[in-house]
Design a protein around this ligand. Structure first.
Ligand SMILES: [Zn+2]
Ligand SMILES: [Zn+2]
Ligand SMILES: [Zn+2]
Length: 234
């Protein structure tokens, strides 16, 4: 693999190694000077003259390139949270913070339970900071910056986090609308919807009337054949 192939996210290339002693590939048939001028196809690399474009093939060809400028990789990094996804889970919700613009409660996550000292620092941040969706909980030089996380790739358009409903802290106000985050009067789900899904999230009448559906998860797959048999036996 190492001597004959090059695997990248975008292309998989195979090339003869050109060693006469090689037991894997047969001897090179191309004229030697042509074969020697063949290199792996380069990865996309930004141009040194124009940062908004990738460099021309001729300038990168036969130079050592890496995959780090792949467009899809760049967007993945730009869209990914600072905190790993293993931290952004319902069991690691420690506190909530309210966005002063949209009013939604956002979850604060940390890998481990907060020490007494960190809890105080966190509470101070919650009380004193005009938090709005998309910003971190604290500035970069704060002791909690890499300890307590709020989702940062969100905006005031982002619905409530599902962890808000499933974490242990949420029993107090579990009935805020999934879409708008307010505790308006809730729409009543139909029995058929209830029987089809494991989880139904609250949806207020305002959002319902504005065209939002009740947010559901976990379709209950009924084994129709077993259900039919049961009917017959009854
Ligand atoms: Zn070979
Ligand atoms: Zn907001
Ligand atoms: Zn609503």
């Amino acid at each position: 693999m190492k001597t004959h192939c090059r695997q990248r996210q975008y292309v998989f290339q195979i090339k003869k190694c050109g060693q006469s002693s090689c037991t894997i590939c047969k001897s090179v048939q191309l004229p030697h000077d042509v074969f020697d001028s063949l290199d792996w196809l380069p990865d996309p690399i930004p141009s040194t003259v124009d940062k908004d474009h990738y460099a021309k093939f001729q300038t990168v060809y036969q130079s050592e390139t890496t995959e780090q400028h792949r467009p899809t990789l760049i967007t993945t990094i730009a869209n990914s949270e600072r905190a790993s996804s293993s931290i952004l889970v319902n069991t690691r919700v420690r506190e909530f913070i309210q966005c002063f613009q949209c009013g939604r409660m956002r979850c604060l996550y940390s890998e481990r339970a907060l020490s007494a000292e960190d809890k105080i620092a966190c509470q101070i941040a919650i009380d004193n900071w005009d938090y709005s969706c998309g910003s971190p909980l604290v500035p970069e030089d704060h002791i909690l910056y890499n300890k307590v996380f709020v989702r940062e790739k969100i905006s005031c358009e982002t619905p409530m986090e599902l962890a808000y409903y499933s974490c242990r802290k949420s029993n107090v106000n579990c009935d805020v609308c999934y879409w708008c985050g307010h505790d308006n009067e809730l729409a009543v789900p139909s029995e058929s919807l209830k029987s089809k899904y494991k989880s139904l999230y609250p949806c207020c009448n305002l959002c319902r009337n504005a065209g939002k559906d009740i947010f559901v998860r976990g379709e209950i797959k009924t084994n129709t054949r077993a259900a039919k048999r049961r009917k017959i036996n009854n």
